[in-house]
Design a protein around this ligand. Sequence first.
Ligand SMILES: Nc1ncnc2c1ncn2[C@@H]1O[C@H](COP(=O)(O)OP(=O)(O)OP(=O)(O)O)[C@@H](O)[C@H]1O
Ligand SMILES: [Mg+2]
Length: 274
Amino acid sequence: MLRALEQIRRMRGGAVSPDALRRRLLYVVKFQNNPQHTRVLVNELLGTRLAARLGLPTVPVEIVAVSEELIRLTPELAIELPRARIPCQPGLQFGSRSPGDPRRLTLHDFLPDEQLRAVENVHAFAGILVFDKWTCNTNGRQTVFFSKGNRTAEQGAVRYETRMIDQGFCFNAGEWNFPDAPLRGLYARNRVCEGVTGMESFAPWLERLEKQASERVLDEASREIPAGVVCRRLRRAAAAPGTIAPPATARAGPDSGGQEMQSPAISKLDVNHE
Ligand SMILES: Nc1ncnc2c1ncn2[C@@H]1O[C@H](COP(=O)(O)OP(=O)(O)OP(=O)(O)O)[C@@H](O)[C@H]1O
Ligand SMILES: [Mg+2]
């Protein structure tokens, strides 16, 4: 487990403070009282670790402890409602490590179609499609891209790599069921599927899934999540899709009074190993 030391910035907007650049590890943290559901934290941790087992390019993910004191001293650690700010909930949260040092690495949420051709591991999009269908990801596939250093003219065009992020809507987000929704969870740009010529393009990934996703592996992965009861439900649901009705728990976190929450409680935190 990691312990958060300092908030660097909210995601989307704002700059990384110079202080952040001296630190070692940067994690993007989703809080338990995020506006989507507490369960997206479980989905993130379990989903990302399962995707990694299939050999998909993910980022390291960890449980991050955020203290009450840090939240009290950091007004930015809050969920913004239309007319209110609700402080992030202290305790164990989900953290997803940034693929590199922000001084040397520019991250992109999207690339223009032309540059998608320069993504070295673009073949992984076929694999993540298999994964997203298997886990019933009901959100559009999200990734980050980064370039592998500035190339000179002699070295040729800039090459990119991608990392799969945001597994929060796997297992149908907070619902933990498996609706039949074939078009949900796809990546927005078809260009990433240029190399897909038919079902045979998915064969290596399907084979990995059959070999890797044994009950033992699912069991091990789900035991890494603190809320044991919650995970047993999820494991049973994964073993027999559609058989587990979602429990009648309310959306997690402080009651939003029916208002729509606007921005996710995601912040980049500096962390130390405990
Ligand atoms: N591991 C990571 N490394 C670097 N940046 C990240 C990482 N995880 C998330 N981000 C950045 O934070 C943004 C929001 O993360 P994410 O998509 O997981 O949260 P979200 O709650 O689904 O937000 P949204 O609804 O805006 O997609 C991403 O678009 C990306 O720019
Ligand atoms: Mg997202």
